[in-house]
Design a protein. Structure first.
Length: 95
C-alpha cells in the first residue's frame, strides 16, 4: 500500500494489521517513497509464498465484506431506524 493523502495512511495501517498487504515505508526526513522500498515491499508481498497466501486469503475476506451489498443496506436501515428512535425520543421529552 502506498498511502499518499489524508485518510490513506490510517486505512493502510489498518489493512496492514489485518494482514491484507504491506505499507511501503516512507523516508522519515521528507516522507517520500524510495524505489528500493517500493521494490522490496512488492517482492515481500508477491514472492514470499507463505506471506502471499496469507495476504490473498485475508484480502478475500475483506472483499466479501466490502462487496456485500445486503450487509451494507442492512447497516444503513439499522442506522436510519436508530436516528428515527432518537428523533421520537427527543420530540416526546419535556422542555
Amino acid at each position: 500500500m502506498l498511502p499518499i493523502v489524508v485518510d490513506q495512511g490510517p486505512n493502510a495501517r489498518l489493512m496492514e494489521r489485518k494482514k491484507v498487504g504491506l505499507q511501503i515505508p516512507r523516508d522519515e526526513d521528507d516522507g517520500s517513497f524510495g524505489r528500493h522500498d517500493v521494490a522490496n515491499t512488492v517482492r515481500a508481498v508477491m514472492l514470499e509464498e507463505e506471506g502471499r497466501r496469507i495476504f490473498i486469503a485475508n484480502a478475500r475476506k475483506v472483499q466479501e465484506i466490502v462487496a456485500d451489498q445486503e450487509l451494507h443496506d442492512r447497516y444503513i436501515d439499522e442506522f436510519v431506524q436508530q436516528l428515527r428512535s432518537y428523533a421520537t425520543d427527543a420530540s416526546s421529552a419535556p422542555i
